[in-house]
Design a protein around this ligand. Structure first.
Ligand code: CR6
Length: 831
């Protein structure tokens, strides 16, 4: 029965997605006129973008609504991806491509007197993440929607995303806030001011009989939902990313206000809003800051309250919770979900402790993203006790029964108990979040084969011995081919569609189809088209550099790219030292010798954590080396270097399709997976790298003759580090070529040599990341690259074969592995 009013009147009012050019232009003009209150004569590119975006938003809302209603009616098991970071980038282009409406919009926008490319440039990146972990979450959302899986993301709606990077004339990184929401309304989200939860901090927890407790007092803040629509590729399914914003529970703390203390009243409202104000800009380090822990609890508490409320709507007993809900922890950041779900079940739902623990450990899954010790989260017990008194009790209780079980299995092994405890002894004691995540989860996985093996044999070795191997597995990361091929490299995408003779929606959702390109490597005409596209992508990048930085780039050179967060383990330092080595060699050559050299342009981009002094020095060295090298008339046709400031998803979309080679050169065993390596190879750029992370699986897939590997292997690393500590050999002896480069830097070739001493000393002493061990073989690999590049036709074949073999690295494959082997959820198509 129709709920209210006249059904036919309702039906007449309903609209559907605009797919033809006239209704698209009509909708854009409507938004110019009403939403923006403007007209044709005073409309600029920004206004036109906003109107077009609002028009696409209308379509997304229709699909999103139908999807949510369908899921609610069908009550499938759902998965929830909890991530403190979602590095979405821009939405407009991606939404148009996934909706299959890009051509129609382009035509409409042109008719209205605007240029599509100019409008696309108006959008600000949503940069709510640091690097790979956050971008992976964004790729997984795209794949979930495209594969029609009932998956929601949960995160925080930061007012400020990752800082904007400026580079001073001296080469110093400077940080500026990123007020990404300041430009007015964000068309890609739906504020859900009706969906709110109260989240408590501090206060007291009093134990009650029967294992429950009463947590009261302290501070209560409000979590408000903002829903971001995530369209699938060529499907109606449009999933949801729910981001929480913190607000004071009341505009003022009324008690203070009544007492006449206005200042304190306003202050307390500020502190509630502060929780979601800024993304922490650290990749791979934790500082134990109270506000960060507040963020983590605020977000997990709001998300769990929402998940539990949705579950309660279907009126099933809590014993069936794991049949309807899977919760994926993206790294340890949301580990508080484990004690929080225990608190809800035990204290609020009055479920006995043991039953509650069964529910939790059948619902939660944990992905580890690093084995670097400095990145493993620990929280001081006093801070936890103060901020989350009830959770600290729960953690102690979990720990007690856990250690009893360990003791039972390994009687009298006290060292083992100390190693495995959730609490690390010391001043202060600390809660080990990875241990809690591990024992509270159904499955634990790493993000590439080698990394998962390292998780099993190093940081969680004791847990494998205790719980058995079957709990620990691998899901190699993936990337979405929609953004990282179709969107960023439209010409290559079109060539592939033409060649495979299928609709692009087919191969974009079944990336193994790229294998069908293999025979075309032998086709000279195809190779010519392939190479021409690479060339135009180089010109597009050169144009970008010219218009943003005013610099001219030699597009007849090989493009060599390293773009990622600045970190010692990623070894951008090795790259710039290699560049300087190349420069010194070029300087020594005769003019005749130089004629034989293959010209090269080296691009760097990436942000350093604001407090990471050594990483900032590396940026400084790159910028100053670039300044000297690019100005040298002897060599500048053969070697130039650029540091492109303010790396972002959008900048990556221009850089990646233009590369001939890209560098993924972490010390073996340190890069869990890497995901940009996959993006470059998918776009036909060849990989220079160490035998680390996903590089290994990429080489297996594309063939080792199509990658340039160098450096020591993981098992050698520990011994080499030991030698550096106890039997150090001076750099001059071990690696004269490198010693020469270091000397030149010290002697002031790139400005005040003193400045770089702390950076150079990390190599001369200790050399934890093994630059002295790998330098010669690194230079050897780059020489191999030069040799291979001389045979242009063979090089293009390598490029084609690389792309053709990258099917495995689609995030569709990865998300389906999570869906099938972990979450037990199934696709559910929205009709
Ligand atoms: N920094 C890994 O270092 C991996 C991504 C996504 C990282 C990187 O190798 O590809 O996660 N780890 O799995 C963390 O953020 C802790 C990263 O992005």
């Amino acid at each position: 029965k129709w709920p209210r009013g006249d059904e036919s009147v309702w039906k007449q009012g309903l609209r559907s997605v605009n797919t033809d050019v006239p209704s698209i232009t009509k909708s854009i003009v409507n938004h110019v006129q009403t939403s923006l209150a403007r007209q044709a004569y005073n409309l600029d590119d920004l206004g036109a973008y906003q109107a077009a975006a609002l028009s696409v938003r209308d379509d997304l809302i229709l699909n999103w609504n139908d999807t949510q209603i369908h899921y609610t009616q069908k009550t499938p098991k759902r998965a929830y991806y909890l991530s403190l970071e979602f590095l979405m980038g821009r939405t407009f282009d991606n939404a148009l491509l996934n909706l299959g409406l890009k051509d129609q919009y382009r035509e409409g926008i042109t008719k209205l007197g605007f240029n599509m490319e100019d409008l696309l440039e108006q959008e600000r990146d949503a940069a709510l993440g640091n690097g790979g972990l956050g971008r992976l979450a964004a790729c997984y959302l795209d794949s979930s929607a495209s594969q029609e899986l009932p998956v929601w993301g949960y995160g925080l709606r930061y007012q400020y995303g990752i800082f904007q990077q400026l580079i001073s004339p001296e080469g110093q990184q400077l940080e500026q806030p990123d007020p990404w929401l300041a430009g007015g309304e964000n068309p890609w989200e739906l504020p859900r001011l009706d969906v709110t939860y109260e989240v408590r901090f501090y206060g007291t927890a009093d134990r009650l009989p029967g294992g429950r407790a009463l947590w009261q007092g302290g501070q209560e803040v409000l979590a408000v939902a903002y829903d971001v629509m995530v369209p699938g590729c060529y499907t109606k399914n449009t999933n949801n990313l729910r981001l929480w914003e913190s607000k004071p529970k009341r505009g003022f703390d009324l008690n203070s206000f009544n007492a006449g203390d206005y200042e304190h009243a306003v202050e307390s409202s500020n502190s509630a809003a502060a929780i979601t104000s800024v993304l922490y800009p650290n990749d791979h380090t934790t500082f134990g800051k109270e506000l960060r822990l507040k963020q983590q609890y605020f977000w997990t508490a709001a998300s769990l309250a929402d998940i539990v409320r949705r579950f309660k709507n279907i009126a099933k007993p809590f014993s069936e919770f794991p049949d309807y809900v899977a919760i994926q922890l993206n790294d340890t950041h949301p580990t508080l979900a484990i004690p929080e779900l225990m608190r809800i079940l035990v204290d609020e739902e009055e479920i006995p402790w043991g039953k509650a623990w069964d529910i939790v450990t059948n619902t939660v899954f944990y992905t580890n993203h690093t084995v670097l010790p400095e990145a493993l989260e620990k929280w001081p017990v006093p801070l936890m006790e103060h901020l989350l008194p009830r959770h600290m009790q729960i953690i102690y209780d979990i720990n007690l029964s856990f250690l009893q079980a360990v003791e039972k299995k390994f009687p009298g092994d006290r060292d083992r108990l100390a190693r495995m405890s959730l609490i690390e002894e010391g001043f202060p004691k600390q809660v080990r979040m990875a241990h809690l995540a591990c024992i509270g989860s159904r499955k634990v996985n790493g993000v590439a084969e080698l990394h998962s093996e390292l998780v099993r044999t190093t940081i969680l070795k004791d847990f494998v011995e205790f719980e058995g191997l079957s709990k620990f597995s691998n899901v190699t990361n993936g990337i979405t081919p929609r953004r990282w091929l179709d969107q960023c490299n439209p010409e290559l995408s079109a060539l592939i569609t033409k060649t495979l003779k299928v609709d692009k929606s087919v191969w974009l959702k079944d990336l193994d189809r790229l294998k069908e390109l293999l025979p075309y490597a032998e086709d000279a005409a195809f190779r010519k088209e392939w190479a021409a596209i690479k060339q135009r992508n180089k010109e597009r990048l050169a144009h970008h550099v010219e218009t943003t930085l005013g610099l001219t780039v030699n597009t007849n050179a090989m493009f060599d790219v390293q773009i990622k967060r600045l970190h010692e383990y990623k070894r951008q330092t090795l790259n710039i030292l290699g560049v300087i080595h190349r420069y010194l060699k070029l300087k020594q050559m005769s003019a005749a010798e130089r004629k034989k050299v293959n010209p090269r342009v080296v691009f760097f981009a990436g942000k350093a954590a604001p407090g990471y002094y050594i990483a900032k020095l590396t940026i400084r060295l790159i910028v100053n080396a670039a300044r000297i090298i690019n100005a040298d008339p002897d060599t500048r046709d053969l070697l130039t270097v650029y540091f492109l400031p303010d790396y972002s998803v959008s900048l990556a979309e221009v850089l990646i399709p233009s590369s001939d080679i890209s560098q993924h050169i972490s010390t073996a065993g340190t890069e869990a997976s890497g995901t940009s390596n996959m993006k470059f190879c998918l776009n036909g750029g060849l990989l220079v790298g160490t035998v680390d992370g996903a590089n290994i699986e990429i080489a297996e897939a594309v063939g080792e003759n199509n990658v340039f590997f160098f450096g020591h292997l993981t098992p050698a690393v520990e011994d080499l580090r030991y030698q550096h500590m106890y039997r150090p050999v001076p750099v001059e002896e071990k690696c004269p070529a490198l010693a020469n480069v270091l000397d030149k830097i010290s002697s002031g070739m790139f400005g005040d040599g003193e400045v770089y001493e702390p950076l150079l000393n990390t190599i001369r002493q200790g050399d934890f990341y093994l630059l002295t061990d790998d330098f010669d073989s690194y230079i050897g690999a780059l020489d191999m690259v030069d040799k291979a590049y001389l045979d242009k036709e063979e090089w293009i074949k390598k490029s084609i074969r690389t792309t053709a073999n990258m099917g495995k690295f689609s995030s569709d494959r990865a998300i389906l592995e999570y869906a099938e082997s972990f979450w037990s959820i199934e696709p559910i198509k929205v009709p």
